[in-house]
Design a protein. Structure first.
Length: 274
């Protein structure tokens, strides 16, 4: 049966059943603590059941089911790799912290129109399940940031976080484009750079002769801010397939180089006129 024709809640209730029993047992066996394992499965299962009771469109149901399904896979894989579910009270009855945080992730998933973001929301849910360093406030910050960012922005963040795979040219940053599509990539990237943006920044440097404090404006020296690193890490943007990044990276490189050439041509014309 096509997903769009599935009974409302059918997919979510099926996943909730698996999470409530299979995942709970798996976590309990790994940790030697069936109570901890049951709490993880119970929290996710209850949330799944809760979303079943809500009025969801088939698309919304599919999005929530996708994130729950992928998150359960990520958690199971993490346990198989030797990671431990957090045991700091996050899942303790009445599960308020876990329930509120996980519901936040699923609410974002429910209304997310860009399907490519869904696997990374699942990554976020799984990462929160393991890492005791992730406080409720920290988790909610990342959830809100992930909700507000477009898939293009996440791709650009992934590109900057992987300089060896996606090197940027040694030209100054700036907005340029010979088409609206190219301009969109260039402008979006530029808007993410501090001080206007909060995800990427120009490192400081000193001028060559006088040692004055200034900024290194070269694209190939751009760094992620703390917020950018947090998002890239918790969403696991290092796992974004290269095929999803290559065209964006190429557009970014092409527009930057075209802008640099235009600046050189403009200077040459100005000098000629003088």
């Amino acid at each position: 049966m096509p997903e769009s024709e599935a009974p409302l809640g059918g997919v979510v209730s099926r996943i909730a059943s698996v999470l409530g029993s299979g995942l709970g047992a798996t976590v309990g066996a790994q940790a030697g603590d069936p109570v901890t394992g049951a709490m993880v499965g119970e929290t996710l299962a209850q949330l799944g059941d809760d979303f079943v009771q809500r009025v969801l469109s088939p698309r919304q149901e599919h999005r929530v089911a996708t994130v729950l399904d992928l998150a359960s896979e990520r958690i199971t894989e993490g346990i198989a790799d030797g990671n431990w579910i957090r045991d700091d009270g996050f899942f303790d009855a009445p599960h308020l912290d876990a329930t509120e945080v996980f519901e936040g992730v699923l609410l974002v998933a429910r209304d997310e129109n860009e399907a490519k973001k869904l696997p990374y929301l699942a990554n976020l849910l799984a990462d929160i399940s393991f890492d005791e360093n992730v406080t409720v406030d920290m988790a909610n910050l990342v959830i809100r940031e992930a909700e507000s960012m477009s898939w293009l922005q996440l791709c650009l963040l992934a590109i900057v976080s992987r300089p060896d795979d996606f090197p940027l040219p040694e030209v100054e940053t700036g907005t340029f484009g010979t088409s609206w599509g190219d301009w969109t990539v260039s402008d979006t990237f530029h808007s993410m750079i501090a001080p206007e943006g909060a995800y990427i920044y120009h490192p400081k440097k000193e001028t060559e002769h006088l040692g004055l404090a200034t900024y290194d404006l070269m694209m190939n020296h751009l760094k992620l801010t703390n917020r950018g690193m947090l998002l890239a890490g918790m969403l696991r943007l290092g796992t974004v397939p290269a095929t999803d990044l290559e065209s964006v990276h190429q557009t970014l490189v092409d527009t930057a180089q075209a802008r640099a050439k235009q600046n050189v041509d403009t200077r040459d014309e100005s000098e000629t006129e003088d």
